[in-house]
Design a protein around this ligand. Structure first.
Ligand SMILES: NC(=O)c1ccc[n+]([C@@H]2O[C@H](COP(=O)([O-])OP(=O)(O)OC[C@H]3O[C@@H](n4cnc5c(N)ncnc54)[C@H](O)[C@@H]3O)[C@@H](O)[C@H]2O)c1
Length: 444
């Protein structure tokens, strides 16, 4: 569904009008390029500096010198990385002030900013714990105030995980993360060995299962995983057979018509595995809403939402892990929602199911790690699909604007985030929930 306001303010007349009367002027997000922001200013002097430089050399990224208060610069840059991993006390936080104070205006529209830190749980004393925790407030505030479609993230890298930064840095410095902002991601020792990576086709030779793949976000996930080289098995209800087959044809994959809540759903997936082999990526995307306030909600509406959104992913994940249905180095990615974080009026069933998905991810991740498999979730905010097209106009408009990027996301924004979590080099990200919501105010 088209966002008429976004189209209007990005037209010459609309831009003039919005500026004249003081209306918000969100920029249409850029999503076309796969490469890293270039050039990038690199600052800070932590234990990640050498790895960051190596990644920039490998990706032909030009690094620019940061401006200082004494030597200001007006040359624009597409990105900034501040390595704050060795900031150990409050005084050193001033270095971040000076850097962002003098460089904020150098960031071009759509720029990407990443701050690297050491998670408080890995800090050795009180002063360092406080300083590192303080980075969260800085990053979330910058994500709100830099505007012009600029995104800002904090990546906490555990000691010993320095060499597994690349897939995350590539993602957060590219246009693929256009609708992800104000996020805090933790990289721990990876659950698996990092294999040799073909960065152009990272999923080549791998098999992926995507539920709810015939339309919306699921179709986009199937397309992006196929672009990355995976053979995608597309699952959707038998009633959607025609669009499911079309989706599978489009991505060069296989259609598996299946209601994931059917009593024999797990058995059908296991039979497929016996014939074609185990999966490397499993994406639990299928989901439904049956909105009503709880006093008016039927038991069927409550039960069906929990069955599709939570019980089916739980049963399938545990059965696949128990039966070696996910290969070592595999990735399970669930689709939660910011409703599962913040709760939502009229969505007690949906929010319960999506909060349960977060519990599923957090509970299963350490168990799956033993099999060298990660389990993570994305939590989309307002994404333009048939699901959100059903929302009444005024609520839909509020959903689109109540975030730092002042617009809804596209299915591809969720799909790209899942592709990063599904990446063979992302074994350091486990048990996490990454919001794809433009830093929505809901549950912030
Ligand atoms: N659109 C948003 O703004 C948004 C926000 C947060 C989370 N999400 C989540 O993203 C996921 C995809 O949402 P969407 O907007 O693309 O929805 P959608 O309704 O467009 O697509 C969902 C797909 O899941 C399939 N499906 C439903 N029940 C199924 C079952 N029992 N077995 C197999 N397939 C089944 C449907 O047939 C459909 O193809 C859902 O989990 C949803 O809760 C969406």
């Amino acid at each position: 569904m088209s966002d008429r306001y976004l189209t209007f303010v990005n037209s010459p007349w609309g831009h003039w009008f919005a500026k004249t009367v003081g209306l918000a002027q969100p920029l249409r997000l850029q999503r076309q390029q796969s490469g890293l922001a270039n050039p990038v200013i690199v600052a800070g002097a932590g234990r990640l500096a050498a790895e960051v430089q190596r990644i920039f050399r490998a990706t032909d990224t030009v690094t620019a010198q940061p401006a200082t208060i004494k030597a200001p610069s007006t040359v624009k840059v597409q990105g900034a990385v501040f390595d704050a991993s060795e900031i150990v006390d409050l005084k050193q936080l001033d270095e971040l002030y000076e850097f962002f104070h003098t460089n904020a205006r150098r960031l071009a529209p759509h720029a990407r900013v990443v701050v690297l830190g050491t998670a408080p749980e890995h800090c050795s004393d009180l002063s360092q714990t406080i300083a590192q925790r303080a980075l969260e407030g800085l990053v979330r505030s910058l994500a709100k105030e830099l505007r012009r479609a600029i995104t800002v993230q904090l990546i906490y890298v555990a000691p010993g995980a320095e060499n597994v930064l690349e897939s995350s840095l590539r993602f957060f410095l590219s246009q693929r993360s256009a609708y992800v902002s104000g996020q805090v991601v933790r990289l721990e020792k990876p659950v698996d060995e990092v294999p040799d990576i073909d960065w152009g086709l990272p999923l080549k030779g791998r098999r992926a299962l995507v539920t709810g793949a015939s339309r919306g976000i699921g179709l986009s996930i199937a397309q992006v995983l196929a672009r990355d080289g995976a053979h995608v098995v597309c699952v959707d209800v038998p009633q959607a057979l025609e669009s499911l087959q079309q989706a599978a044809r489009q991505v060069g994959g296989t259609a598996l018509a299946l209601d994931i809540t059917a009593p024999d759903a797990v058995a059908q997936v296991q039979a497929h595995i016996r014939e074609h082999g185990a999966f490397d990526v499993v994406v639990h995307n299928a989901g439904i809403t049956r909105d009503k306030t709880i006093a008016k909600m039927s038991e069927a509406a409550w039960r069906s939402v929990l069955a599709v959104n939570l019980e089916a992913p739980l049963q399938l994940s545990t059965a696949l892990l128990q039966g070696q249905g996910v290969n070592p180095g595999g990735r399970i990615v669930c689709v939660s929602s910011i409703s599962g974080i913040a709760g939502n009026l009229g969505q007690s069933n949906y929010a319960t199911s999506k909060a349960g998905v977060i519990g599923l991810v957090q509970g299963l991740a350490p168990l799956a790690a033993v099999q060298q498999v990660t389990v993570n979730a994305v939590a989309p905010g307002f994404i333009e699909t048939q699901m959100t097209a059903k929302i009444p106009l005024m609520i839909r408009e509020a959903g689109r604007r109540m975030n730092s990027l002042s617009q809804g996301g596209q299915p591809v924004d969720v799909a790209e985030t899942i592709a990063w979590l599904a990446h063979p080099a992302s074994g350091a990200v486990n048990g996490q929930v990454v919001r794809v919501c433009g830093q929505s105010l809901l549950g912030a």
